[in-house]
Design a protein around this ligand. Structure first.
Ligand code: NAI
Length: 329
C-alpha cells in the first residue's frame, strides 16, 4: 500500500469544503489507491461546526481516509503537509469594498504563508481558492520563501469549466468535447476567457460556432460574471462547481495533463507573454506526472486578446500594490 499523503483544507467548515471533502477523501483527486491524512482548518468560532463535518467524514466510512485532524491553529494545520487547499477566507459582506476584502484576506494569507514556510514539506503543492485568489496566492508565496514559488497556484479552473460548458451547451455537445479553452489573468470579472486556440470536436471554435459576435461579446461576459449570476440565483456563491474545479486542478497537477491538452491555472508568471514576472496570472499550462508544470509557449496573441490580457494584468498589479501596502511595506 502507498504511504498516505497529508492534505490540508482550510475553510473546512464552509460550503465549498462541504462539497469537496467527500470526493477528495474517496480517491477522486489523488487516485483510488492513495491513502489520505486530512487536516481541516477553520477559525475558533467554527470548531463546533467543524466537529459535525468530522463526524460526517467518519460516517462516510471511506477506506482511503486514514486520519482527520480538525484544528484552529495554523501551525498545527501546516505541519508536514503535501498539499494545501486554501479555501478559507473572509467573505465579502454587503457594502464591503474590494479593498476592504483584500485588506482582511491579505493578513490571513500572510500568516498562512509564514506557517507553510516553517512547517510544511518543501514540496507542498498549494492552491488558493479564497478570494481575491490570485493576490492571496501571491502573498502566501511571498511569505514562504523556502518553498519553490511555482508551488503556489490559484484556482481559475472553475472559469475554464464554465467557458467549456458555455461552448458545449451552445453546440449541443458535452464540455469534454471542448478542449484548450484558456483563462488568462485574474479570477475576477476582468479575466479573459480565450477560445481562439480551443477546439470543438476537432474544429476551431470560431469555425464550429459560426458566431463571432457572440464569442467576442456575450460568451466572454457570461463567463466573467457567472459567479455573480450564481449568487443572485442561489443567494449563496458557487460551491459544488468550485469543489469540482478544485479536484480537476489538483488532479491534473498531480497526475499530469493528457497529450497536447492544456488547462488553466493561475501560477507565478515567468515573464511569458509579457506578463510581469512573479504575478500570479492564469495561463494555459501542461503538467507532468512528477507534479511539475510549464506554461504553454508560442501561442499567437492578436490585438483583441492583447488588450484583454493587459486589462486583467493591470488589475492584478494594482491588487499586488495594495496587498503589499497592507502587509506593511
Ligand atoms: P464559506 O463562507 O461557506 O466558508 C469559508 C470558511 O472559511 C468559513 O467556515 C470560515 O470560518 C473559514 N475561514 C475564514 N477565515 C479563515 C482562516 N483565517 N483560516 C481558516 N478558515 C477560515 O465560503 P465558501 O463558499 O466555502 O467560499 C470560500 C472562498 O472561496 C470565498 O473567498 C469565495 O469567494 C471563494 N471562491 C473562489 C472561487 C474560485 O474559483 N477561485 C469560486 C468560489 C468561491
Amino acid at each position: 500500500e502507498k504511504s498516505p499523503i497529508r492534505v490540508l483544507v482550510t475553510g473546512a467548515a464552509g460550503q465549498i469544503a462541504y462539497s469537496l471533502l467527500y470526493p477528495l477523501s474517496k480517491g477522486d483527486v489523488f487516485g483510488h489507491d492513495q491513502p489520505i491524512e486530512l487536516v481541516l482548518l477553520d477559525i475558533e468560532a467554527m470548531l463546533t461546526v467543524l466537529d459535525g463535518v468530522v463526524m460526517e467524514m467518519q460516517d462516510c466510512a471511506l477506506p482511503l481516509l486514514k486520519s482527520i485532524i480538525p484544528t484552529a491553529d495554523t501551525d498545527v494545520a501546516c505541519k508536514d503537509i503535501d498539499v494545501a487547499i486554501l479555501v478559507g477566507a473572509m467573505p465579502r459582506r454587503e457594502g464591503m469594498e474590494r479593498k476592504d476584502l483584500l485588506r482582511a484576506n491579505v493578513k490571513i494569507f500572510k500568516a498562512q504563508g509564514e506557517s507553510l514556510d516553517k512547517h510544511a514539506k518543501k514540496s507542498v503543492k498549494v492552491v488558493v481558492v479564497g478570494n481575491p485568489a490570485n493576490t492571496n496566492a501571491f502573498i502566501c508565496k511571498k511569505y514562504a520563501p523556502s518553498i519553490p514559488p511555482e508551488n503556489f497556484t490559484a484556482l481559475t479552473r472553475l472559469d475554464q469549466n464554465r467557458a467549456q460548458a458555455q461552448i458545449a451547451t451552445r453546440m449541443g455537445l458535452v464540455p469534454q468535447d471542448v478542449k484548450n479553452v484558456i483563462i488568462w489573468g485574474n479570477h475576477s470579472n476582468t479575466q479573459f476567457p480565450d477560445v481562439r486556440h480551443a477546439k470543438v470536436a476537432g474544429k476551431g471554435v470560431y469555425e464550429a460556432v459560426q458566431d463571432d459576435a457572440w464569442l467576442k461579446g456575450d460568451f466572454i461576459k457570461t463567463v466573467q460574471t457567472r459567479g455573480a449570476a450564481v449568487i443572485k440565483a442561489r443567494k449563496l456563491s458557487s460551491a459544488m462547481s468550485a469543489a469540482k474545479a478544485i479536484g480537476d486542478h489538483m488532479r491534473d497537477w498531480w497526475f499530469g495533463t493528457k497529450g497536447d491538452e492544456y488547462v488553466s491555472m493561475a501560477v507565478p508568471s515567468d515573464g511569458s507573454y509579457g506578463i510581469e514576472k512573479g504575478i500570479i496570472y492564469s495561463f494555459p499550462v501542461q503538467a507532468k506526472p512528477d507534479h511539475t508544470y510549464s506554461i504553454v509557449q508560442g501561442l499567437q496573441i492578436d490585438e483583441f486578446s492583447k488588450e484583454k490580457m493587459t486589462t486583467t494584468l493591470t488589475e492584478l498589479q494594482e491588487e499586488k500594490c495594495s496587498a503589499e501596502e497592507f502587509c506593511g511595506y
